[in-house]
Design a protein around this ligand. Structure first.
Ligand code: SF4
Length: 214
């Protein structure tokens, strides 16, 4: 069986990463073993409904998308996420996977763009980072730091250097933790330090203020 527990499937604009602003289907899988204090998808921790792989593929196809993002929760917490990623790639979509960085990405189809979080101390989940994932990233992948405060910023800079992320992945993304660190403050730090990172804000929050289905 390749069923998956799904919280929602919807069509919107990609709110983050390299493809920000591009129409994208989101497949949000239910469940996450982490509890980041700033989490904005707590509604995906439980509940959802069981979908067959075919039903998911049919729903995705109904939007006629070019881009598909598999997200959560933590999508890799469900092993059947891996065959779904393969099927999506086989159908010719440009597929990305948003993952917490706490689970192995070893079995992820190499055609998938992995957007991997490195959890900062401010998240409350820094101990969950699985650094074995870093050598498994390639040049199309992206690493994201959600920055809660100045200490997080300094920690992210250190990790970026220690793990030699620049050049290893397509983009290192720095995002302010919404409601916690003013976006302009983080933007100014990035400029002052001339960091080779991509500053980003969550487009969907600016447009739709976290309303469901976006
Ligand atoms: S990993 Fe993502 S979904 Fe899970 S608690 Fe953290 S922010 Fe929420």
């Amino acid at each position: 069986m390749t069923d998956l527990r799904i919280t929602e499937i919807f069509y919107s604009l990609q709110g983050e990463t390299r493809t920000m602003g591009l129409p994208t289907v989101f497949v949000r899988l239910t469940g996450c073993p982490l509890r980041c204090h700033y989490c904005d998808t707590e509604y995906a921790f439980q509940g959802g409904s069981k979908w067959s792989q075919q039903a998911i593929l049919d729903q995705v196809a109904s939007y006629k998308p070019r881009y598909v993002t598999v997200t959560g929760g933590e999508p890799l917490a469900q092993p059947n996420c891996l065959p779904l990623l393969i099927e999506l790639c086989d159908r010719g979509y440009e597929v990305s996977l948003e993952t917490s960085g706490a689970m192995s990405v070893e079995g992820v189809d190499p055609r998938v763009v992995k957007v991997l979080d490195l959890k900062t101390p401010g998240s409350g989940e820094v101990s969950r980072n699985l650094y074995d994932n870093i050598p498994r990233l390639n040049q199309q992948d992206q690493v994201k730091f959600v920055i809660c405060n100045r200490d997080d910023y300094q920690w992210a800079r250190f990790k970026m250097d220690e793990l030699q992320l620049v050049g290893k992945v397509q983009d290192v993304l720095f995002s302010p933790s919404s409601g916690e660190l003013e976006a302009a403050v983080l933007a100014n730090w990035v400029i002052e330090d001339n960091l080779p990172v991509r500053f980003q804000m969550q487009l969907h929050k600016i447009l739709w203020h976290d309303a469901a289905g976006h």
